[in-house]
Unconditional design. Structure first.
Length: 235
């Protein structure tokens, strides 16, 4: 079977086309979905892409988390559908309470763009199964509201239950608590992170690595992991 992975476009989405291309290169079928719809079109997995949905008014992701299609997203999440939130999509997931904590303005109060080293903390999710725990990867980062925050009790639960999916390595560019760059839920079907894996999927167009300039393709494994999870679930 071919995994059908929906990519939701919100007003202000910037990276929905890039996410669709990543799905295609991973062997899946990208399906374009609209924020104002209540139809997920029978997809097997979902991507909430990066951008500045609704102009980041109120808080980044706050309005998008209440868009019509998010009712279906929440229902699908509860049924175990793989869902990936990238940057603004991660902000939507925390605003929709599908992942814990919150995201605020970067500690230095400026937009940042860099090729970011990450440590994979949890390789047992639908989006990280092709990595190994402790592996270092390089994924592009570009955001202004990426400072992850959580209460002491929430942080203790996140750490105790192994819900940190990724941590920043080398430098913590956003001032996130405990160097947290991405999270998963208890079931492992939902993953959210601030860096952009869809920008590290093809040699010649990815981040710089120790091997060569623009050679980084670590992001592709997010999408091949999801395709494999969908195919495995269908067997």
């Amino acid at each position: 079977m071919t995994a059908r992975i929906g990519v939701i476009t919100f007003p202000g989405s910037l990276d929905d086309g890039d996410a669709q291309r990543a799905v295609r290169l991973a062997g899946g079928e990208p399906v374009s979905l609209w924020h104002g719809s209540h139809d997920l079109d029978g997809v097997d997995a979902l991507v909430l892409p990066g951008g500045f949905s609704y102009g980041d008014y109120l808080r980044a992701g706050a309005i998008a988390a209440r868009a019509p299609i998010m009712s279906e997203v929440k229902d699908a999440a509860a049924k175990g559908m793989p869902i990936l939130g990238i940057c603004n999509g991660f902000q939507m997931l925390v605003e929709a309470h599908l992942l814990p904590g919150g995201l605020i303005r970067n500690a230095h109060q400026q937009f940042i763009r860099r090729d970011q080293r990450l440590i994979v903390e949890n390789a047992d999710t639908a989006w990280t199964s092709e990595f190994e725990a402790g592996q270092e990867i390089i994924i592009p980062l570009k955001n202004a509201d990426g400072g992850y925050v959580a209460s002491a009790d929430t942080l203790q639960r996140i750490e105790g239950e192994g819900l940190v999916a990724f941590r920043y390595a080398g430098v913590n560019p956003n001032g996130s608590i405990a160097d947290i760059a991405g999270l998963t839920n208890e079931r492992g079907n939902i993953v959210g992170l601030m860096p952009h894996p869809e920008h590290a999927i093809e040699a010649g167009f990815g981040p710089n690595t120790a091997a060569a300039m623009r050679s980084g393709v670590d992001g592709l494994r997010f999408f091949t992991s999801a395709v494999a999870a969908v195919v495995h679930a269908a067997v």
